[in-house]
Design a binder for this molecule. Sequence first.
Ligand SMILES: [Zn+2]
Length: 467
Amino acid sequence: MQLDQRVEGYKEEIIKSTQEIISFKSLKDKPEKGMPFGKAINDTLLYFLGLAESMGFKTKNVDGYAGHVEYGEGEDIIGVLVHLDVVPEGDGWTYPPYSGHIADNRIYGRGIIDDKGPAISVLYALKAIKDSGFKLGKRIRIIAGLDEESGWACMKHYFEKEEKPVAGFSPDADFPIINSEMGILIFSMEKDFEPYDGDGVTVESIGGGNRPNMVPDFCEAVLISSDAKALEAAAERLTAFAGQTGYNMQSEMGNGRLTIKSYGVSAHGSTPEKGQNAIAQMIDFLNGISIEGEGVREYIRVLAQKIGFETDGKSLGIDLEDEISGKLVFNLGQMELDQNHGKVVINIRYPIKYEGDFVLAGLSKALEGTGIVIPDDVYDQAPLYVPEDNFMIKQLKEVYEEVTGEEAKLISIGGGTYARAIDNAVAFGPLLPGRPELAHEKNEYMNIDDLMTITKIYAKAMYSLSL
Ligand SMILES: [Zn+2]
């Protein structure tokens, strides 16, 4: 029997298992003994490994951090990397988020796309290979992580204990094939200053943004002065500034303080040009009025001149680019400032041909003489790139084109997918082209026909990679 006919024969079981795994509310929770991410996530892993055992597979639970399902013989391992944790469901669902409710030939539920539906899909794909009695030259290992959504501690622990696959894929993003992911840097740019103690207008505090990898949609600054007239003048300047620029900014006077609120538009840090940065608006305004206190004034001036609204790092001299990734992506995500210290948090995505240290060296040079420093606790995730002539890319392309009848284009992205947890891996599905991007959104669903299609793709992909 052909692999896809075999997959078709499991349809009812695939639907049932998908609904069952969605019923676990697998949110990260307080650790318990042997359950580093809490009981619900652990129960989900036990369910997944139990299902695999009932199909006759060998499984292993690696200290409650992750688990795997293995099939085949051979020295090398092909890794298929999924995760069983989910992000909170949020509000506004049409059907209960952990019900696996079926309507319009769709299964609804938190995690159906990201990433519990694909986990069930690859498990049945492996079953199809096993039930066909195919002999494999490599072992296939489905590795189920439990902490993808909040820090990847699962993979760190797992690979301290277990063998590394020679290649593989992760069904945790988009089809056709994502073979290029930019490097990611997260760091802060900070400066200490002397508090100003005169009568003029100075900044008491600034706060904005929640996460480095989001365009901030809100920023608030408090200006103080013992001279009420000077504060009123600043308020008038703000009204005029908002009128001229069209930025959504307002102010409010009270207790000798002028509180300024800046509203922007949020967007993901990999596409900052789609948002409107509320912190950048605030800096733009403050740089245009006379702020007292040399330290804070200079800090704001440098941020305005060297960052401003730019999303490519041009004025900082780091506007790198290559033909695969395109341009470097720069996002000013957070700001915290008081009368002694200023800090902004930056998220950069750099092209695959460069190294994080090269970008940081460029930044340090641009900041020379400004008193602004980049503390050492820089987060640097190296780029991922698997070239087009790699054996795995060729085979995944072939399988994708055979099942869908469409061209398997290679995709380059700024974001980071779970594929980075293994060497020589790519993101491969589960979202077919043209389907809505519902990961982390309300009413997350997958069409049942798509669930079957991706299972056929995965069965053929795992088989051809393991020959
Ligand atoms: Zn995911």
